[in-house]
Design a protein around this ligand. Sequence first.
Ligand code: HEC
Length: 88
Amino acid sequence: MHTVLFVIALMTAIALGGCKDKPGVGEPGAKLLDERCGHCHFTGVKHAHSTKEEWDQTVTKMMGKGAKLNEAEKATLIDFLVKYYKPQ
Ligand code: HEC
């Protein structure tokens, strides 16, 4: 009985932990972040910005470093970052 409860608690902890690390999983922006930013920022983006302008500047800067995004993808990603990557 106790073992079953322990396993359930453990699985819940793992599931919640996963959500916290990668918000918005399943949205197009999450995929772009993984594919276009992930090879340099493997744990996701830690430095959150508050405004769209700040994210625009950062993403533009990252494109200068080699992030590959077209204009539509850039807009999708910025919207995603504004929604999920803001200071807590
Ligand atoms: C070619 C590797 C590379 C790629 C691709 C890349 N980055 Fe970066 N990123 C860096 C490096 C190196 C730094 C630290 C140096 C700096 O800030 O100039 C950095 C810093 C950052 C910072 C913190 C500094 C700041 O200006 O706020 C953020 C946020 C960031 N990247 C987000 C992204 C996002 C979002 C993407 C995808 C669009 C991305 N990065 C793609 C290499 C990369």
